[in-house]
Design a protein around this ligand. Structure first.
Ligand code: ADP
Ligand code: MG
Length: 149
């Protein structure tokens, strides 16, 4: 997968399981299964960092989980994006564009919800640092963000 990065993805934000914000204190915007199925073959499940844009808004840092979420034992693979920005409202139905820049870690299971929450906080910190590097920063001004869908 790493050789295929960066990866540009876009699609509508749909309803997920409603777990992100409730259990984890960290909302994750979900793509439809169609978008998930359009991922390149051999995409590694795991946690990625990159950039995200809602409709034609600003480009923000993000962390995304691609996979089955072993902690929740999901049946279908999903792409869940946590945008590292505080929004005043939900944005279900909006167009979400993401640029997946790099890989942070593989998916793994956790003994408790606390451990999972701690790992997510660490992922956000790592993503924040990685995205300050020049190669990652350059993708924030890619023409992808200006393209009308
Ligand atoms: P769901 O299971 O429906 O995905 P979540 O609890 O994971 O529910 O919350 C995700 C929703 O929260 C997104 O679809 C979006 O509308 C909203 N949201 C608000 N702030 C953010 C954010 N910073 N990152 C991702 N989604 C956010
Ligand atoms: Mg979600």
């Amino acid at each position: 997968m790493t050789s295929q990065l960066p990866l540009f993805i876009e699609g509508e934000v749909i309803k997920g399981f409603g777990r992100g914000s409730k259990d984890l204190g960290c909302p994750t915007a979900n793509f439809s299964l169609d978008v998930v199925k359009s991922l390149p073959n051999g995409t590694q499940p795991g946690v990625y960092y990159g950039w995200a844009q809602i409709d034609s808004g600003s480009v923000h840092k993000m962390v995304a989980n691609i996979g089955w979420c072993p902690f929740y034992n999901n049946k279908e693979m999903s792409i869940e994006t946590h945008v590292m920005h505080k929004f005043d409202t939900d944005f279900y139905g909006s167009n979400l564009k993401i640029c997946i820049v790099g890989y942070l870690r593989g998916e793994k299971n956790f003994k408790s919800l606390e451990d999972l929450i701690e790992a997510i906080q660490q992922d956000i910190k790592n993503a924040d640092e990685e995205l300050d590097h020049e190669d990652a920063r350059n993708l924030k001004t890619n023409s992808f963000w200006n393209r009308v869908q």
